[in-house]
Design a protein around this ligand. Sequence first.
Ligand code: SAH
Ligand code: SF4
Ligand code: F3S
Length: 438
Amino acid sequence: MEKRYTVITYGCQMNVHESEKIAGILEEMGYVRGGEEDAQIIVFNTCCIRENAENHAFGNIGALKKRKKEDPDLLICVGGCMMQEKGMPEEIKRKFPFVDVVFGTHNLYELRHLIEMKQAGRKKILIDIHDKEGEIIEGENPSRTSYPNAWVNINYGCNNFCTYCIVPYVRGRERSRKPEHILSEVEKLVKEGYKEITLLGQNVNSYGKDLECSMTFPELLDKVASIEGEFRLRFMTSHPKDFNEELVKVIAKHDKIPNLIHLPVQSGSDRILSAMNRRYTSGEYLAKVKMLRFYLPDAELTSDIIVGFPGETDEDFEATMRLVKEVDFASAFTFVYSKRKGTKAAEMENQVPEEIQKKRIMSLIELVNAQTRAKSEKYLGKEVTILCEDYDTKKGMYLGRDEYGRMGYFKSDRNRIGDWIRLKITDCSGISLYGEEV
Ligand code: SAH
Ligand code: SF4
Ligand code: F3S
């Protein structure tokens, strides 16, 4: 009988891609992808960016207690960012002693070895966490799940230490992959038929700063975009402090790079931006948006915004609302500030009460949604090209995104995943567009 595995992922694209690497390791061990119900190995790839991400993981790991009792051969592994938090592996051991293996983000490549050690008859939970990031591991063989998109790491870690954020503590210092490794991976993926490549880094603009050969992110992007083949080239995330004219010129030079920039602003208040250690002012952010629209008048922006950061007053929040109106984001991820142990902001006074945070997030979501809807309505009657990426079983429709990240739905009686589709938009709802193939 086939042995099955499943990987349960929380968090960002970085984690989604790391789960593909975990899947690759398990497949090399002879396991086949399966559902949670019939898997003999279940791996949790956790996230600790906000408290609710952790609570989800705790809940779902805890839910396996009964099944593990009935089936002692079931192997439960827990890895990811949460495990890099001080004291967390011990907490897992205390709360869920039935877990088999605990590993971290810095030793994912050892998973096979850890599983084999556990399977060799070790009774107790096996915990192996590396406190420090090691050398970059090349030659991994991810089992990709996001065709026609392929994720490609360009740099790992973060040195920015925004005061609210736990990522620098759990992902270590910035380190870049060598350009030749990135270029050959992308060339291979394009040859294999991937139609969208997304370059990944916590701050892609820091790319190359630690390399012996001199290479900046715009230079790398230019080289990747020059690879032959029909594909879209996306990247995330750009830190506004490092977003510059050189990068915008590369975007303008290549048709392969969509004119859509994810540029997380976090707040519109200079006082809060400074307390967040973001190292730009709202004025500087707006000047960069202006510069982007000078070179690319049709460019769209998306963002991440936090409300309820310690000390945020009504005036600070109003400044965020004003900035959102001024930039007119195509869409934005909005978050309520979540206190993360070990970060500077967790020690700050004036933590904002929950009721106020809730009120603010509701107003912000309402504003962002209204802007998104207004942009959707402009699509009515127009034609767009989407890259079909999935099938929505509930709607009974295929879906894909246009270059600005707009989701377009359409009906077809054959599998269209991976096809470029020209759609005439006939209807819209929120961020979603509906259309007919032309
Ligand atoms: N490296 C990326 C993404 C980091 S995490 C960047 O710098 O943009 C994604 C988003 O989560 C952040 O942009 C921020 O908006 C949000 N975030 C991070 N820490 C948070 C916290 N403690 N509470 C609420 N939101 C947080
Ligand atoms: Fe976190 Fe800031 Fe680094 Fe992004 S840039 S990962 S928000 S510390
Ligand atoms: Fe990503 Fe969450 Fe880790 S957002 S880097 S998976 S803490």
